[in-house]
Design a protein around this ligand. Sequence first.
Ligand code: COA
Length: 259
Amino acid sequence: MYQQILTEVQQGTLVITINRPDKLNALNKEVIAELSQAIDELLAKNDLHSAVITGAGPKAFVAGADISEFPQLDAAAGAALAALGQEKVFSKIENATKPIVAAVNGFALGGGCELAMACHFRLASANAKFGQPEVNLGLIPGYGGTQRLVHLIGKGRATELLLTGNMLGAEEALRMGLVNHVTAPEELLPKALEILQLIHSKAPLAVQAILGLVNTATYQPAEGLAAEVAAFGALFDTADAKEGTTAFLEKRKAQFTGK
Ligand code: COA
């Protein structure tokens, strides 16, 4: 059913692989449409608990938006392209109620870096390279890069990367907090799946509340504290909170049901 991406389920995680390795997995309209569908699938299916996004081949995660679609765009079409991608993929990932992790296996440039940043957190293989080179094309990021990069690595570092178009290696990205872990290439997917397995063992409604509150902290910090109070309280009415606290007191492992 998908032409531009591959999907498979591993232990309740939907592994989404962008599959245009001859074009370094560049994001064209079809990739954006299929990624959007795959995220809908994750959110709709009860037996899927998380997703990993990665790129096919040893070289690239995603080397950017597909530049071959750019020359014919004017102002209105450029804005429409960015708005559609943000709505269908980037914001949808960020606002997802199940964790979505980027496994960055090579170049993550432009829209590729933005895709990784829209995910809830990032792992990188040792050969990964990150950057926002749009300035070299006379452009700027359009899929949230100017915003999310500032949140993730801070204003000064983000401004330098955005203005120079320079690339960061995996270790530098780790040091700056852009990625959480750096692994050997063959360990990247197993490590991502291992972390997600741990998350799958937690109460789904608590996981969902945390994902939402982290976004509120990022974008509306003042409202975030009030939202946290409300969500904290609401979770006391769930079966999983009763089970989790009782199981602790009874010195046994909690059995969560998502209720
Ligand atoms: N859009 C469209 N095609 C792209 C692409 C992109 N963002 N990035 C790479 N490709 C294509 C190349 O055109 C090439 O296609 P071809 O074999 O038909 O000529 C193929 O992918 C391989 O890329 P190539 O440039 O030959 O590989 P390289 O190892 O020499 O360089 C990069 C790798 C990532 C440094 C280089 O491809 C690059 O700079 N890409 C663009 C990055 C960018 O500006 N992204 C932001 C876009 S907004």
